[in-house]
Write a protein that binds this ligand. Structure first.
Ligand code: GRF
Length: 189
């Protein structure tokens, strides 16, 4: 299955997915990285792995619809079937949602519907919850609101700070995201 990863940041999830794809652990081909940030480190990771990057500058466009049409064009050219969001800090608009209905995944570092949006780990710590985790869901027009596909819980230990929790969440994400993608490819989800 041909996939595209959308990312705006460091790209650790991208890296794991693209490597596993190249090693044949995952039955996907990462055809494209879509990135909206000029200096996002994920781009170097893509270059190192030989994954083509489509980087666009949102401020060069008047409307979301305009840049999503450009994205759609490259996705179609590359025969992309599944979109995998991994730290893409934008809401997906109707253009992509309609073209890839039910075929856009996102990963979020909390047990949704708790703590949607930015800084989910900090939000969880502020709220003094004892358990947080990771959610993988289908993307709809809302912010972190689509149907949940998989979740895993993580206990927050006494005295743990955001960076300690983030490290554990990241390890969980790197295990869970490829697993779910593979299940989708196999038709198990
Ligand atoms: C992850 O924590 C993911 O849950 C969130 O953005 C972060 C991306 O991390 N949506 P990375 O860029 O893959 O390291």
């Amino acid at each position: 299955m041909n996939i595209a990863v959308f990312a705006s940041g460091s790209g650790s999830n991208f890296d794991v997915i693209a490597r596993q794809a190249q090693e044949g652990i995952l039955d996907v081909k990462v055809k494209l990285l879509v990135c909206d940030k000029e200096h996002a480190p994920v781009q170097q990771k893509a270059q190192a792995l030989g994954v083509p990057v489509f980087r666009f500058v949102p401020s060069n466009y008047e409307h979301k619809e305009d840049f999503e049409k450009d994205i759609l064009h490259v996705l179609h050219e590359a025969d992309v079937e599944l979109l995998v969001l991994a730290g893409y800090m934008r809401l997906i608009g109707p253009t992509l949602l309609q073209a890839y209905e039910g075929k856009i995944l996102n990963i979020h570092p909390s047990l949704l519907p708790a703590f949607p949006g930015k800084d989910a780990i900090e939000q969880a710590l502020q709220a003094n919850v004892k358990v947080t985790g990771v959610t993988i869901h289908l993307v709809d027009e809302g912010m972190d609101t689509g149907p949940i596909i998989e979740q895993e819980a993580l206990r927050i230990e006494e005295g743990e700070d955001a960076s300690a929790v983030q490290k554990k969440i990241q390890q969980m994400e790197h295990r869970l995201y490829p697993q779910v993608i593979q299940q989708i490819v196999k038709g198990e989800i």
